[in-house]
Design a protein around this ligand. Sequence first.
Ligand code: 5RP
Length: 298
Amino acid sequence: MADLDDLREGTDFTGAVARAGDFPLKGLAGQDWGMRARLSRVFDPADGKTVMLAFDHGYFQGPTSGLERLDRSIVPLVPQADALMCTRGALRTTIPATSGKGVVLRASGGPSVLGDLSQEDLAVSIDDAVRLDAAALAVQVFVGAENESRSVKNLTTLVDQGQAAGIPVLAVTAVGRDMVRDARYFRLATRITAELGAAFVKTYYVEEGFETVTSACPVPIIIAGGKKVEEREALRVASRAIQEGAAGVDMGRNVFQSEHPAAMLAAVRAVVHDGLTAEDAFDLYQQLSFERSEQLAR
Ligand code: 5RP
């Protein structure tokens, strides 16, 4: 039985209404508590930024270079990421449930690289997302492509289900083969997905006018790393994106296809969270790569 001997009346009722604290993510302060708690497992609440490690490529590409064995290539990198973007198959089979990382669960799928990628449907139920403790759900949106409306329907269905369960949705702007990758297109695609309820949006960096994309989008934008390029170049793009208003990166190939993935991930973190310049981050990458090579040689 509860101890009823010393029930003390509260006395500290001075001051104005208690503040719950500001929420660091653009456009999301009005979301429900569960939604904000989950977003705080994707974005570091200290600076409102994220370094997501993306390794969901297998859902349409199979075992692409660097992802042949997720246990060997990805699991050692998990501690360095803020959040993980992956499929439920990868999560259940390979990622330790003890990692403590926010999981952005790939929730759309269907066609492979052999077909038309825009013919996707939703591929995860909200019940399974809850069971997997997903911090967010990711769905591809093909603005301007043949299956535009179908992919938008996937987004809005997922947003409805996510809002009901308190799970935010990441809209991934997928660029069709015929679309021009410029600021005008990305302003259109990112704004549409945010207006339709995405809590954050993934897009690509563009050299001209990227700040107009981030400025016109009412929720945080993160950039995909894109195809593998030289480390110095990938860090330059990450740095410019952050300077021009991105809230983080969701990087895959430029990490797991790097010769030194852990060093690369550390350098990306330094750009996103510590504001290192691309050149300083590249120096860090080289230094960490050298140390790693020395260790292996011993
Ligand atoms: C695949 C994705 C990837 O997660 C995304 O493109 C990030 O990976 P990368 O940095 O390799 O582009 O959404 O559909």
